[in-house]
Design a binder for this molecule. Structure first.
Ligand code: NAP
Ligand code: GLV
Length: 314
């Protein structure tokens, strides 16, 4: 019985090492070497090349090496077997660190003070807002969204969330569905995207949506943080909204094309902070252990944990 590691864009060596140590009874194979396709029962994948997982007649399950599964579901030749994704406290904590960092950075105007330091300008803002003055709106109240909401709430921000299905949390206002989206946007100063990329969310964060954000907040203009997927936003709209003041600033970890092309204006815009899709990176120690636990469950006849609903795409 084999586990196939099918990874592109990441170093596969740590994954091979962890899975070999944790699954000594299984053969661990990779796309870069010859292997018997009939022997493969499991795949652990991150952005596998399209078609690479077709023609595995005994495949029982595919494990995403990350939280998102758009990189699998966009393969027209993906085998029709159960898919499990990563739901992991370490990954969730890393995302919340990123979200808290960037909310606080925008609140406390750190990019302005970076500039002032370089120019040797001593100029405090005597009207600095406090976290309680800022209305944060999180699109996507799943594993990542809920944890970030809780931690932002503990920092003192006024937090609301928007999801597909209704939710009920202490101290966090909940909105759901397209009918409540506009009300949610109208009370939001910092919009955070933690939505999965699906047919329903593709291109959702566009100019018409950004124009609905609050314009009466303490930050003198709305701010966007997207740490989910670039396919959920329309980059040309974000750029033009940043240029004409519809958006005051943006933090972007994810892009329509990755790596971000060198001719993208986003690289050099003063009101943009960008990071190379590393808001929350999968740690092979935690993630391989979770996948192995799931494989052992399957082999014991138990249900797969964190199974994806292919119908809704996440
Ligand atoms: P999750 O638990 O599946 O949560 C997804 C949330 O989005 C749920 O609240 C869901 O609503 C909501 N949603 C989905 N489709 C929607 C729609 N059409 N309208 C409104 N709400 C919708 O996912 P997660 O673990 O929190 O991860 C979220 C995403 O973060 C991943 O899919 C991945 O793309 C991204 N991510 C990025 C990084 C990075 O480093 N940049 C790292 C990890 C994850 P319901 O609650 O009603 O189902
Ligand atoms: C990273 O982008 C993930 O989906 O885990």
């Amino acid at each position: 019985m084999s586990l196939l590691i099918a990874v592109s864009g990441w170093d596969e060596a740590p994954w091979i090492e962890r899975f070999r140590a944790l699954l000594p009874e299984h053969r661990i194979v990779t796309l870069g070497e010859p292997f018997d396709r009939r022997e493969v029962h499991y795949v652990a994948a991150w952005k596998p090349p399209h078609g690479a997982l077709a023609g595995l007649p005994n495949l029982a399950a595919i494990f995403s090496l990350g939280a998102g599964v758009d990189h699998l579901l966009n393969d027209p030749r993906l085998p029709d077997v159960p898919i499990a994704r990563v739901v992991d406290a370490d990954l969730t904590q890393r995302m919340s660190e990123y979200i808290m960092l960037h909310c606080l950075m925008h609140l406390r105007q750190q990019r302005l003070y970076d500039h002032q330091q370089r120019e040797k300008i001593w100029q405090p803002d005597y009207s600095q807002a406090a976290a309680r003055d800022i209305r944060i709106g999180i699109m996507g109240m799943g594993v990542m969204g809920q944890d970030a909401a809780l931690k932002l709430n503990q920092l003192g921000f006024n937090v609301a969330g928007w999801s597909r299905t209704p939710k009920n949390f202490d101290n966090i206002q909940s909105f759901s569905g397209s009918e409540q989206l506009d009300v949610f946007l109208a009370r939001t100063d910092i919009l955070i995207c933690l939505l999965p990329l699906t047919d329903a969310t593709r291109g959702m964060i566009n100019r018409p949506l950004l124009q609905k954000l609050a314009r009466n907040g303490r930050l003198s203009g709305p701010i966007l943080i997207n740490a989910a997927r670039g396919g959920v936003h329309v980059e040309a709209d974000i750029i033009s909204c940043l240029q004409d003041g519809t958006l005051k600033a943006a933090t972007l970890d994810v892009f329509e094309v990755e790596p971000l092309p060198s001719d993208s204006p986003l690289w050099t815009m003063a009101n943009v902070t960008l990071t190379p899709h590393n808001a929350a990176m999968s740690d092979p120690d935690f993630v391989a252990a979770q996948i192995v636990q799931n494989i052992l469950r399957l082999e014991a006849g138990e249900d797969l944990l964190h199974q994806v609903d292919r119908g809704v795409g996440y």
